[in-house]
Design a protein. Sequence first.
Lengths: 208, 448
Amino acid sequence: MSKPLIDAITDMREEDAVQLAQELLDQGTAPLDILEQCREAMAVVGQRFEAGDCFVPELILAGEILRQVSDIVKPKLTATATGKKVGRVVIGTVEGDIHDIGKDIVTFMLDVNGFEVRDLGVDVPASKFVEAVKQFQPQVVGLSGFLTLAYDPMKNTVQALKDAGLRGKVKIMIGGGQMDDQIRQYTGADAYGKDAMAAVALAKSWVK
Amino acid sequence: MTTDNWQKLTPSEKFEAHFKELISPQGVQFARPEVERAYQERVRMIKDVVQVKKPSRVPVCPTIGFYPFAYAGVTAQEAMYDTDKLGMALKKFHADFLPDSLSSAPIYGSGQIFEILDYKLYRWPGHGVPPTTPYQCVEAEYMHADEYDLFINDPSGYFARFYLPRVFGALGAWQMTAPLTDILELPFFGPYIVPIGIPPVQEAYQKLLEAGRAAMEWIQAAGAIDGWSLTTLGLPVLLGGFTKAPFDTLGDTLRGTRAIMLDKFRQPKKLLAAMDKLVPLAIDMGVRTAGLGHHPIVFIPLHKGADGFMSNEDFKTFYWPTLKAVVLGLINEGLVPYLFVEGGYNQRLDIITDPDIPTGTTIWIFDQTDMKEVKKRFAGWSCFGGNVPVSTLKAGTPEDVKTYVKRLIDDVAQDGGFILSTGAVLDDAQPENLHALIDFGKEYGVYR
């Protein structure tokens, strides 16, 4: 087990990390082992984020490193390398709201924590959430929204899932700049998370 | 406001001159003497809190977005396209709620103008988002990662030939134009003027002229709406000018959040150099816009320096130095920076309470920051306020709102220097909750 790649990622040394991944691959390290090291590194970054020792820029850079390493490694993958997923999440920014930064960070952190995430994008109508829940059968639905304009669309989305008879089958979490427990109650969601790690913790607690 | 000896005045003399102009605005005819008195009393309250004094009562100035339209039964789209409806809604809102400052009509913009110019940086109601939804910014890398030097060498030229052609579809042909600084001597005039004759460039200027004509109609109507609220209800404008923190200028609409965060790692020196370049431009923008509005308070929304967006070390390196320079530049002109602190600033309080910022010169409106911690550091130094959750105004009861306001005033407002306001921009609320905020705030906020 070589540690340098993990250290390079957690130290935010982008060029070193990408170069090390290339070297490992050239030396014959299995592509899956390299991705596993990335996953370990991401877990460390996630823990630091949760502890307040690293911040959004570090998450974004780590994600960027991961993308570059994946680009190098994935063409060499022989087997279908999707590891065992811990659960499924449907996520999207609710209707009328086009903000995506928070949602993208949550999606990324869920992904590196082993969730299979279907990201419906921004300005997602309630009917599209219903459709996705029917098809993808997630355990968790994540509703993102930035300002007060997202409150009613979130409430409507929860209601639409209820009307479709799907409410009992999923746990719903909300997140975004002006979300809190009062809005959680108002929308009828199960929980609100204040950041990406809170979203991961909630999702994990629901798929146990 | 300028006088012959303006440059010889001290910052505090300029401050006094600005407020003297604000409290007795030239050419304004109030409907009745008592309206004028109410206006002057409101301006006096604002001046008192800026100077960290106790006013007669806590001024109640919620940050209002598109809420007046929902309240008056007008869509956001109608508000941006029909100045009659815009005016009807704002007048009704102001008359019914009587806050201590007015929500200025021009900030809602004119959909026609943005359509003429094919503004791509935003989606607005009926134009990319639903008719009832406020306008929203579309983040992208409008400035590319390898363009820092172009920007640093000549920001205006960069805007004209790179940035604006990307964010305004109608101005795309401006990328074919030459820098104005090429216009040096008669024999070398050709390379500048010839491109102006190219049909798409001609068309771009035609569109700009068309937008300018539409703007004249719009601003007259929008200005009259504010004029009505001023002269009939005695409500002052709260924010006269506008500028931005250099990090946000780059991070919001030039590079975008994701890209600027990566720049911080990949090209920190260029990022810092670009922000240094923006400082005098940002000060100048604040000074000019405050001058146009004859109003010394300059709005500065803070976006990407909030808790979680970077470490304190990075904040001290990348965010605060240039923002501080802008703040000091405005204060030096007797202006009052109004820092609208979005998100949480719990980790930043010891940094922003910078001893170089003189007492009684700034306003800080917080959102999700612990107000008792703010009070500990701001008492006797600077005006602050905000923090009433928009979630409670939407999903709570009037009792919830009153309980929150009472606790807030008890906790942090007892010595003055405090503005009662929402934590975030209000687009959606229950009217009875907003009444509770304003009415109870006025009643409970009286200093005895």
